[in-house]
Design a protein. Structure first.
Length: 670
């Protein structure tokens, strides 16, 4: 086994943020009385020096905000501020934008206190905690990031060699098994057809909209990338403004495609330690579709300028990170500048925070206030709020990392091309839904079974690379959320935030029947006991087409290709077994017959029999008799005729012959 690779792989994927509230380290926090100890949101573990975040009483907040020089505000904290030699006290949040709403939420009471790094951090915190009007103190926890490994994809080797029809002309789309998995051995020896997010049929209905903005909270997104540039969000007043000037007066200079909250400046991706992670995530959400180059993105549009827009909220930059305050600002920025989906492939290590209460610090931390503000902000006319989506983390533990594990946030676990849990994914507590995160092939370490997306050319010369992780699974869900919203907008459907969350976690395919026995762990060669993942990967594997049908309010009927299927409508209506619900002959639209290659349609005993000869999808209205036609006294008493709309979804089964494109051993898709 290649040891170097093993080391990198073990670390690849997710950015772990070091613990914000580890069990209290007695040496880290100077002995404090019970009152002041209660004020600490977290410990000084992994904290940035020279910086503290404080939450102050209303009156002090007004004095600090109104004072010409906040370090001499006339407030009760002036004396301490002088003692620790503070150079500035600034509001964490930007009260120039949407200030009234933020004040009503108490966000104006958070301040960042900056002082020389020579001042002992814990001592400074203790001094501030002793001030009555300071109610909370948060250390600016540094984001510790392990290396993420990008393995270059060679476009010439990714050119399509088979004749199967692709929905877009992006040459590398056919290598993106995570969108449509045919179960090819060339991808993975145990590849399973249908172990994907089923986005192909979804694209027949919607491909995205350019008035939906997805904020990528991550490393900087390479906004010049050939396959991303057309789907980048653009702050027009900065794009047409003056360099070095905050043209839109939002507090950030030259934030054309977002902002670098770690270095306080332009979005960047070429510093030492930058890994291409943010650009990879962005490509999965919305690489430009059908532009004849590179890859496709889940909500990347049709090639006509209709892809969803990516906003880069950069919290990792070279060796620097934005800390707690900077991360909170990045989330606030996303809300203030129009994003309605917050894509987060970062998080604290699994188990470092015990539960929701520890994350929320009983009531709040500066990040949680920012998340709540994002969730409460309506930036899209068809969504009442903003949705927050997180990677579950790569610790291989039976608990998601925070913030993803938090009950108001969707945490995404990762499966491989074999349809099984990956060796690295977190699972069980706090995990909500699974998506394709990829996994190196066992023994050979072949990378084609990882997720293929965009990276900056300083990371991989071609601009395209494979990566694995829950980091890679997460943007599939963010992209699908964007497709759901596109479809809602196209059809004048307004979704509440609980409705969209319900649609995402309930529109899934069941992977539990596969979770028996063992699989080999790629990293150690040990075994993964699959039964320990049963019912613990969230609700199931997300299905983009089912998501759209849920937005529409239409149930899906799965139809394995190449198999004669008997459709019994009572499986979908009533208690699932009612034999008084019988179908009557209904019209199957010709376009659906053509799309799925339907043959041998037969109506028998209130059931429909048919065979689909190719994958596809279509909407049909099925008529049925409810309550049954009952004979009595020589007359028939009629049951009531009713009808319901269903979606037929035909897919390939377990495996697929590479030469003939014929399905072999069909029926594996559940
Ligand atoms: Ca600006
Ligand atoms: Ca400018
Ligand atoms: Ca493309």
């Amino acid at each position: 086994m290649n040891k170097t690779k093993l080391f990198l792989l073990a670390l690849a994927g997710l950015f772990a943020v070091s613990c914000a509230t580890n069990p209290v380290d007695e040496t880290a926090v100077v002995d404090a009385n019970a009152m002041t100890a209660k004020k600490f949101v977290n410990t000084s573990n992994e904290a940035n020096e020279g910086e503290l975040i404080i939450y102050v009483d209303e009156t002090v907040a007004e004095m600090l905000t109104g004072a010409e020089c906040a370090t001499r505000s006339g407030s009760p904290i002036d004396a301490v501020v002088a003692e620790i030699g503070a150079t500035s006290i600034k509001p964490v949040f930007n009260l120039n934008v949407n200030g009234d709403v933020k004040r009503a939420r108490g966000m104006h009471r958070w301040f960042t206190v900056t002082f020389p790094e020579t001042v002992a951090l814990e001592a400074a915190a203790e001094r501030l905690a002793a001030v009555k009007e300071v109610s909370r103190i948060q250390f600016a926890t540094a984001i510790v990031r392990p290396e993420a490994t990008a393995v270059e994809a060679d476009p010439s080797q990714c050119a399509q060699t088979r004749s199967d029809e692709m929905p877009f002309d992006d040459p590398m789309l056919y290598k993106q098994w995570h969108y449509r998995n045919l179960g090819l051995q060339e991808i993975h020896p145990q590849a399973k057809a249908g172990a994907d997010v089923n986005v192909f049929p979804a694209w027949e209905i919607t491909k995205g909209r350019n008035d939906i903005i997805v904020a990528v909270v991550d490393e900087g997104v390479c906004y010049e990338h050939e396959d991303l540039v057309d789907n980048m969000w653009v702050n027009e007043s900065e794009a047409n403004g003056v360099e070095g000037v905050d043209d839109d007066n939002n507090g950030y200079v030259d934030d054309v495609h977002g902002y670098n909250f770690a270095h306080n400046g332009r979005v960047s991706w070429t510093r030492s330690k930058d890994s291409g992670h943010g650009t990879h995530v962005a490509g999965t959400v919305a690489a430009v579709n059908n532009n004849g180059i590179g890859v496709s993105g889940v909500a990347g549009g049709s090639g006509n300028g209709d892809g969803v827009r990516i906003m880069s909220c950069q919290i990792l930059s070279g060796e620097k990170d934005a800390g707690s305050g900077g991360t909170a600002k990045a989330i606030e920025y996303a809300a203030d500048m129009g994003a309605c989906i917050l894509q987060n492939s970062w998080g604290f290590g699994a188990g470092q925070l015990a539960n929701d209460s520890a994350f929320a610090n009983g009531s709040t931390s500066v990040e949680l206030d920012a998340f709540h503000y994002f969730m409460a902000t309506k930036n899209n006319p068809n969504l009442e709020g903003g949705i927050v989506i997180f990677a579950a983390g790569n610790d291989g533990k039976a608990v998601a990392g925070y913030p993803g594990a938090y009950n108001e946030i969707i945490a995404v676990t990762a499966i491989g091309p074999d349809g099984l849990p990956t060796y690295y994914t977190n699972y069980d507590r706090g995990c909500n839904v699974a998506a394709t995160g990829g996994e190196y092939a066992p023994i050979t370490w072949a990378e084609q079974s990882c997720v293929l997306s965009t990276v900056p050319t300083n990371i991989a010369k071609s601009g395209y690379a494979y990566m694995q992780g829950t980091s890679m699974a997460c943007p599939h869900v963010s992209g699908i959320a964007a497709l759901a919203l596109s479809y809602a907008m196209d059809n004048n459907i307004v979704l509440t935030l609980p409705e969209l969350k319900d649609i995402i976690v309930s529109s899934v395919n069941n992977i539990n029947p596969y979770l028996t026995g063992f699989k080999t762990k790629v990293d150690t060669g040990g075994t993964l006991n699959l039964s320990s993942y049963n019912n613990k990967m969230g609700t199931g594997l997300i299905d983009a087409y089912k998501v759209l049908m849920a937005v529409r309010g239409t149930k899906c009927i799965p139809l394995p290709v190449g198999e004669e299927v008997i459709i019994n409508i009572s499986s979908y209506i009533g208690d699932g077994t009612n034999d008084k619900i019988k179908m009557v002959e209904s019209e199957i639209p010709q376009e659906v017959i053509d799309a799925l290659g339907i043959e041998n349609i037969k109506w028998m005993g209130g059931k429909l029999m048919l065979t689909c000869t190719k994958p596809g999808s279509g909407i049909v209205t099925l008529k049925y008799i409810a309550g049954g036609n009952t004979k009595g006294g020589g007359q028939i008493t009629g049951g009531m005729q009713a009808e319901q709309e269903f979606a037929f979804v035909a897919r390939y089964g377990v495996a697929y012959d590479e030469g003939t494109l014929e399905p072999i051993n069909p029926g594996g898709w559940l």
